[in-house]
Write a protein that binds this ligand. Sequence first.
Ligand code: FAD
Ligand code: EPU
Length: 347
Amino acid sequence: MNTVESNISLKPYNTFGIDAEAKYFTEIKSVDDFREVLEDKKLAGEKKLILGGGSNILLTQNYDGLVIRNCIPGIEVVSETEHHVIVKANAGVVWHELVLWAIERNYGGIENLSLIPGFCGAAPMQNIGAYGVEIKDVFYELEAVDVHAGALVKFSLTDCEFGYRESVFKGKYKGQFLITSLSLRFVKLNSAHALAQYRFRTEYGDIKETLSQMRAYDLSIKAVSDAVIKIRSSKLPDPKKIGNAGSFFKNPVVSKPEYERLVAIYPVMPSYLQKDGSVKVPAGWLIEQCGWKGKVVGNTGSHATQALVLVNYGNATGNQIWQLALDIQQSVKEKFGIEISPEVNVV
Ligand code: FAD
Ligand code: EPU
C-alpha cells in the first residue's frame, strides 16, 4: 500500500527550491503502485502532477491535488547484437547515473548528455539535449501508463514527435501519460574497430578545446563526458547551491528574413542555421544584451555566467521568479521583436 501524505512541502523536490505545498504527495516505486493510486477512491477526484527530479519545473502556487513522484528504480539490458545494445531504464533512475552506467560498460550514445539533472522518466518529455545530441538520437521506445484508463502503452520514436525541447508529452498529451520506462539504443564500443567507426560528437561548443586542455588525446566516451562535465560545471550554477532549473527559456527560432533584419542591426549576434533554413538565436545572448545578465532582483536574478538561467538566491517564491521571467520576456520583445517562450514547466 502506498503512503499518501497530506500538506507536504515540495521544497526538497524541486531544484528551484520553491517552498510550495502539495495537498497530497506520494512516491511510487512500481507500475502497480501507480495503478493502486489511480484506484484509490479518496484520490479519484484530485488533479495529478507527476514529478521526477523537479529540475524543470516552476511552482508558482501550492498544488491543490496529488503530486506523484515517480521513483520506479532499475536498469536492464533488454537485447543485444554484436554492435548494439537496447537498455531499459525505469522512470525513477537518475539520468546522470544512467550516463555513468553506460560509460562504465563502454556503451556509446549519451556521453554528451552528461550531468543533466533529473530522472529518466522526464528525459523524453522535452527531448533533453546538450552539446549536439538529443535523446531522440538514441531513443528506442518508452512505456507509459494512461493516467485516466490505467493502460500501459508503448511509444515508438515517431509516436513521441520529438522536436527541439518538445514531445507529445509536453504538447498534445500533456498530463495524460505517466512515463514508466525509457529504452535507448547504444553502440557497443568493445573493440578497436568499433571505436574507430564510432562518431564522437565533439564539434559543438568548446568540447574539442576542453579535450585538448585536458590532454585527452585518445578519444573515448569517458573523455567526452569529462569534457562536457567540465564545461557545464564552469557555466551552470549547481542547484544544490543556488536554486535554478537550467535554461529558463528555449532558444527562439526565427525565419531567414527575420534573421537578416536582426543581423543587419546586430552583426555580432550568434546564430545557428537550421536544416529548414530557419535560424536559432541564443536566448542567453538576447537576455544579456538587454542588461539582465548577473542582475539581482530581490531574491531572484539572471545568473552571472549564463543569463538564460534564472535563479533563486534565497527564499524567492515561484511568482517572484515568474515575474522576473515575464519582465525579461518583455524587454527581449521590446529590443529585438522576438518572443522567447519558457522551457521550464510552469505550474
Ligand atoms: P521534472 O522537473 O520533475 O518534471 C519536468 C516535467 O515532466 C513536468 O511537467 C512533469 O510533470 C513531467 N514529468 C516528470 N516525470 C514524468 C514522468 N515519469 N511521466 C510523465 N511526465 C513526467 N535540460 C536539457 O534538455 N538540457 C540540458 O542541458 C539541461 N541542463 C540543465 C541544467 C541544470 C542545472 C538544471 C537544473 C536543469 C537542466 N535541464 C536541462 C532541465 C532538466 O534537467 C531536464 O528537463 C530534465 O529532463 C528534467 O527531469 P526531472 O526528472 O527533473 O523532471
Ligand atoms: N550566450 C551569451 N550570454 C549568456 C549565455 C550565452 O552571449 O549569458 C551566448 C554564448 O556565448 C553562445 C550562445 O549564447 O554563443 C550559446 O550559449 P551556450 O553554449 O551556453 O548554450 P545555450 O544555448 O545557452 C543550450 C541549451 C542548454 C544546453 C547547452 C549546451 C537551450 C534552451 N539550452 O544553452 O540546455 O546545456 O545549449 O548544449 O537550448 C537546458 O535546457 O536547461 C539547458 C541547460
